[in-house]
Design a protein. Structure first.
Length: 407
């Protein structure tokens, strides 16, 4: 099968988050299964084409902001499609990466992978349009004789593009039931076009060699430092934990992002919020993927108290490392942790519950080890590459059948 993966994000140049991690894994696995995989991704430099070690071909496309990518990708994609037609394209819901390709060539089978659209992230952050956009909207309203008002995030053009991309999809692939249910609330959709199967996750041997449990008295957060990931809630839980377990150390691993209307640095914000407790908290910044196993080996508990995740690959990393994992009860993490069978679930925004969960696990090394051992078995079985790739190919085939019904 000839597959085009369309996403502005593709590591290492334009993304190392959940979308980029998923794409790098599925590219490698599809290529290993013998499929012709072409990735069309953004570039921070000039446009270029390279062949990846796994045999897939990467087309880097020079663009400005991410929303510009969905238009800029059309011409290079169509050139490749004319040379040798694609069987199916997969685009992201985030920024509607393949929307303009589908509009230009509606006969090409189109799968949208649900990751979490930007408008949902913006709603979680309670953000509004940037200052220039607000000014343009205000001037336009005044010219029409109306008093300016803020347009709800879901009604803004970027959000409408993301919703249009989902509606145009011949197949909608959801990595969790949670985001499949959420998509049905965003816009009218045919439930029959939604299929639910997880991201593939194939842990490296470095993770699988880590002994279960841990005796370091360290709690680790792994991911971007942003509000929707629950980092402020975790920071507020730290004094509560230290009051009863003063020997505990905390480590935040991940890139700091701007926070709040003024765009202040989240790491600096957290340090100030921690006050005197900051001395027991280490901020490492972003770390290379090959460093993560060693960092997880130096922790007892991985905590991911996100307000929402469509899936939660960080939980898979923690389980593969045989660590006790505390994850969010809201979204896909609850499904990865099987509603608490393979980890501890905490509701969003509940600092007190996070602190109690941490204290209980810190005081119970036997339970930490048992959770780690069970979690490792669970993640290596449930997200096995062969099983998930078969689901992915079946999803592509359903999209193809809807566009090109068999005779």
């Amino acid at each position: 099968m000839r597959v085009a993966l369309i996403s502005h994000e593709f590591p290492p140049e334009t993304g190392g988050g959940g979308i980029g991690t998923y794409l790098s894994q599925i590219t490698r696995l599809l290529a290993r299964a013998g499929h012709d995989v072409q990735i069309f991704a953004g570039s921070i430099g000039p446009s270029a084409q390279t062949k990846l070690p796994n045999g897939a071909r990467l087309h880097r496309i020079a663009t400005g902001p991410e929303p510009d990518f969905r238009s800029a990708v059309v011409t290079p994609f169509l050139a490749e499609h004319r040379a040798l037609p694609f069987d199916v394209i997969e685009g992201t819901d985030f920024d509607a990466s393949a929307l303009e390709i589908k509009r230009a060539r509606p006969e090409i089978p189109y799968v949208v992978k649900l990751h979490t659209p930007r408008f949902v992230i913006d709603e979680l952050h309670h953000t509004s349009p940037d200052g220039w956009s607000q000014l343009r909207m205000a001037l336009g309203a005044l010219r029409r004789g109306r008093w300016p008002r803020t347009v709800p995030i879901r009604d803004q053009p970027a959000a409408q593009a993301e919703l249009a991309a989902v509606r145009l999809a011949d197949e909608i692939a959801a990595p969790s039931q949670a985001i499949a249910d959420a998509a049905l609330q965003w816009t009218p959709l045919d439930r029959d076009r939604i299929s639910v199967f997880p991201y593939p996750y194939e842990p490296g041997p470095e993770l699988l060699r880590i002994p279960a449990g841990g005796t370091t008295h360290r709690v680790t957060y792994l991911g971007r430092l942003e509000e929707r990931k629950g980092v402020i809630d975790l920071a507020d839980a730290i004094p509560l934990v230290l009051a009863q377990a003063p020997g505990t150390r905390f480590r935040f691993i991940g890139r700091s992002v701007p926070h709040g209307p003024a765009g202040n640095d989240m790491q600096a914000f957290l340090r100030a919020r921690l006050g005197p407790h900051a001395a027991q908290v280490e901020f490492t910044g972003a770390r290379a993927p090959e460093e993560i196993p060693g960092l997880l080996a130096e922790t007892d508990i991985l905590v991911a108290p996100s307000h929402w995740e469509s899936f939660g690959l960080v939980c898979c990393e923690g389980l593969a490392a045989a660590r006790a994992v505390i994850g969010s009860a809201n979204g896909g993490m609850a499904e990865i942790l099987a509603d608490g069978r393979y980890g501890v679930l905490v509701p969003p925004h509940r600092t007190d519950v996070i602190a109690r969960a941490l204290l209980a696990l810190l005081a119970d090394p036997v339970r930490r080890t048992a959770l780690g051992e069970a979690g490792r078995r669970h993640v290596t079985d449930t997200y096995a590459a062969d099983r998930v790739v078969a689901d992915q190919i079946a999803s592509y085939q359903r999209a193809i059948a809807r566009v090109r019904p068999p005779n």
